[in-house]
Design a protein around this ligand. Structure first.
Ligand SMILES: [Zn+2]
Ligand SMILES: [Zn+2]
Length: 351
């Protein structure tokens, strides 16, 4: 089978690999769609993250759906031919965090994760091995397409960010960045009855989508100038700021300014990943009694909730996918395009 192997910074090579075989408890999935994630892009552009993720030799790809091609011994309720979405991590369900229902903090999370470490290759390949089939495979309802299935993972990350926050119906909110994660956050805030959703975004394409998905106001610091944008924000919020800020960009400016946009006593949720050490103003923490909280991945429950919401057609996915490309084009039409231009939202690979 063909697989896109991450061999060096900004280099993916299409290589021939053996089709994986399922050991007891495992399954092999023929991949139909796999989305390129912002984290994949970070790994591709900068190399290894957190010391363990995206080391050379890994096949990336963790936002994926497909058809079960082989089932190992002892796997019940999953059969060859089933249409499935892969939940890319299999929390251990025995550590303290898992027992407390906080499996996004599982102490053993990296033991069973696909597409991030060389232990289990991801889905930028024709087939992927799923190490814990019963736990990591969810059947796709008939009315959920493979494309929608591959969007469950990033949407579940957005859902996790909203559910982890103190957001309540009627609250004023600010979403920094309308990329794939920010657009998901906007939709879940809308579903949850947000009072006002302000979005800060510089790309005209992404701004248009944000509006379509429920944003009430779009601010553009590049177009309007930072001072004018701040004035407008000031007017919109009566000079106070918003109840909850969702940082979905992952650049130092956004991380630092999130505090300035927050109402005193409000909350800042960090969903974007920046690898650069970033100074923030400690006095702001005191004066505004700031709560700043990081969000990592999602829980199996949120994954299932997202799939249910997709089956109920409560989430707009049609506009999230910018283009579907072949595996052979992953380097130029996929990663390089996402790295150099900010016009695309999600690019899907169809191996
Ligand atoms: Zn992802
Ligand atoms: Zn655990």
């Amino acid at each position: 089978m063909k697989a896109a192997v991450f061999t060096d910074i900004e280099t993916l090579e299409i290589q021939e690999k053996d089709i994986p075989r399922a050991e007891p408890g495992q399954a092999v999935v023929k991949i139909e769609r796999c989305g390129i994630c912002g984290s994949d892009l970070h790994g591709y552009g900068h190399g290894t993250m957190y010391g363990v993720f995206y080391s050379p030799g890994v096949v990336m790809g963790h936002e994926c759906s497909g058809v079960v091609a082989e089932v190992g011994e002892g796997v019940e309720d999953i059969n060859v031919g089933d249409r499935v979405v892969i939940q890319p991590n299999g929390p251990c369900q025995t550590c303290d965090a898992c027992l407390a229902g906080k499996s996004s903090l599982c102490a053993n999370l990296i033991s069973y994760v696909i597409g991030l470490t060389p232990a289990y290759d991801g889905a930028f390949a024709e087939y992927a091995l799923v190490p814990k089939a019963a736990q990591m495979l969810l059947k796709l309802p008939d009315n959920v397409s493979f494309e929608e299935g591959a969007l469950v993972e990033p949407l579940a990350v957005s859902l996790h960010g909203v559910r982890q926050s103190r957001f309540k119906p009627g609250d004023s909110t600010l979403v920094l960045g309308a990329g794939p994660i920010g657009l998901g956050v906007i939709q879940f805030l809308k579903l949850g009855g947000a009072g006002r959703i302000i979005v800060l975004e510089v790309s005209p394409e992404r701004s248009a989508l944000a509006r379509e998905m429920g944003a009430d106001v779009i601010l553009n610091p590049q177009q309007d100038g930072e001072d004018a944008m701040m004035m407008e924000f000031h007017d919109l919020t009566g000079g106070l700021g918003v109840d909850v800020v969702y940082e979905c960009v992952g650049v130092p400016w956004s991380f630092q300014n999130a505090l300035n946009f927050m109402k005193p006593g409000g909350q800042v949720m960090i969903l974007g990943v920046t690898m650069d050490p970033t100074p923030i103003d400690p006095a702001m923490f005191i004066l505004k009694e700031t709560e700043m909280k990081g969000c990592f991945g999602s829980t199996p429950l949120e994954f299932k909730m997202t799939l249910d919401l997709l089956a109920q057609k409560k989430i707009n996915t049609r506009l999230l996918v910018t283009e579907t490309i072949a595996l052979e084009d992953i380097q130029e039409k996929g990663f390089q395009r996402l790295l150099k231009k900010k016009d695309a939202i999600k690019i899907m690979v169809k191996p």
